[in-house]
Design a protein around this ligand. Structure first.
Ligand code: GDP
Ligand code: MG
Length: 441
């Protein structure tokens, strides 16, 4: 999944406090591959990645504390945006009859979807619906719709042999007007492939029926090919929306992303099975989450954050192994201890610090005093942090006041730092962390 891929990227980003443009681009390369694997069309992927990159680079993500989370959020937001912001209703509040015309390739699910939507409109909106099949190519296509009409208890236009699609459309309009139907659903013929004769037929029918909705029905399982179909239809008929069928199958979500981008129209419904109530309004955010595998993203972000902290710890350990340990280092370490769950976590975090932990515990340092220590170091000047020995009585009073504490608290901090520094120096004499490790293995 995309989150797995991004996990790999974030592992590579270990230890960096902020994401650079190169980092964002590396992450986006993975997003790109994941989208292609989810069957999103190449031009759509390109545009999507460009959009997300533009948003990520130079935005607050670079200064964010959890840059990984920001990238994931930007990708997720852009995905939702690309899929359409919200669910879209059918437009049927026009002078009746509101005509809904279904178009698409053969076998995409037009006839089934016609019956599903008719059932919905009848049951949920209390609309009086008439269905008509304009499919004169496939044998028994008109009978198929009549059978479905009986099943969902929706009227179908009586079949008259020998009429052209445009003639049937005219007859259907007339019947709908005369008999007071609110909605007329026109189920058209498909082809195996897009061809000009089909397009001309669609246009002629649309001219006669002046539909409020022209819905393109697309099989979500057709993946990349769905894009070619969608762009052909978009160029020739004024689509108002898309229905994605077979979303119950193992479609990888990519068709959805492509459809919205290619047609410029919202995906209004998703077909989720062969049964006649297996249709749902399309929820862009849910599909975005499915493509991203958002469930995993949270833990992924946590893992990324942890690895960055581990890198900080390694850096600190290195400095200490060189015998360097000023109050800045102490402060960084205190912050780490708080992040990592307090004193108890310290020993496991930095090898060789078990002893210092013992000393701190002996000195009465507990998790609550960590906050005090941080406040004390915070009210020092940079020079004082680097060279604590310059802290005379006057400076100590100032520092204590700044932290809302006592001079004795400053002294305790300095004592603790001294002890740890001594421990570091001893450690260095023993050959640093490597030497220590040798002693214990
Ligand atoms: P048409 O040629 O575009 O009119 O397609 P049909 O409506 O005849 O559907 C073709 C086949 O796809 C039928 O067997 C339908 O039951 C099936 N079908 C349609 N929509 C869905 C769907 O959302 N999920 C599943 N699993 N099957 C569907
Ligand atoms: Mg059909």
């Amino acid at each position: 999944s995309l989150s797995d891929r991004l996990g790999g990227v974030f592992d590579k980003l270990r230890g960096r406090g902020a994401l650079t443009e190169a980092d964002v681009r590396a992450a986006m390369r993975e997003v790109r591959i994941a989208l292609l694997e989810a069957d999103v069309a190449l031009p759509v992927v390109r545009e999507f990645v460009d959009k997300a990159t533009e948003k990520a680079v130079g935005s607050d993500v670079l200064r964010s504390i959890t840059p990984g989370q920001m990238v994931v959020k930007i990708v997720s937001d852009t995905l939702t945006e690309t899929l359409g912001a919200d669910t879209s209703e059918l437009i049927i509040d026009v002078t009746p009859p509101a005509v809904i015309m279904m178009v698409g390739l053969q076998g995409s699910g037009k006839t089934t979807t016609t019956a599903k939507l008719a059932k919905r409109l009848k049951e949920r909106e209390r609309k009086k619906v008439l269905m008509a099949s304009l499919d004169v190519n496939r044998p028994a296509a008109q009978e198929q719709l009549a059978v479905l009409g009986t099943q969902v208890d929706v009227a179908t236009l009586p079949i008259v042999a020998g009429q052209s699609p445009v003639e049937i459309a005219r007859r259907a309009m007339q019947a709908a007007k005369l008999q007071g139907f609110d909605v007329l659903m026109l189920d058209t013929a498909g082809r195996l492939h897009v061809d000009q004769a089909l397009m001309d037929e669609m246009k002629a029918v649309a001219d006669v029926a002046n539909p409020a909705e022209i819905l393109l029905v697309v099989d979500s399982l057709t993946g990349q090919d769905a894009v070619n179909v969608a762009s052909s239809f978009t160029q020739q008929v004024p689509l108002t929306g898309v229905v994605l069928t077979r979303m119950d199958g193992d479609a990888r979500g990519g068709a959805a992303l492509s459809m919205r981008a290619v047609t410029g129209q919202p995906i209004k419904f998703a077909g989720t099975g062969e049964k006649l109530d297996a249709i749902e309004p399309f929820h862009p955010a849910r599909v975005a989450q499915r493509i991203l595998g958002m469930g995993d993203v949270v833990s992924l972000v946590e893992r990324a954050a942890e690895s960055i902290q581990q890198e900080d710890a390694d850096k600190l350990a290195k400095r200490m192994a060189q015998g360097k340990f000023d109050l800045n280092d102490l402060r960084a370490q205190l912050a780490q201890m708080q992040r990592m769950g307090g004193l108890g976590m310290l020993a496991g975090m930095i090898p060789g610090l078990k002893k210092a932990q013992g000393q701190m515990a002996a000195a009465g340092v507990n998790d609550k005093t960590l906050v005090h220590l941080d406040a004390l170091i915070g009210s020092m000047t940079p020079k004082e942090r680097e060279r604590p020995e310059i802290l005379n009585a006057k400076r100590k009073i100032r520092v204590a006041k700044g932290a809302g504490l006592q001079v004795q608290d400053v002294n305790r901090l300095l004592k603790m730092h001294k002890d740890m520094e001594t421990a570091m120096k001893k450690l260095k004499k023993m050959g640093g962390l490597k030497g220590l490790a040798k002693m214990f293995t």
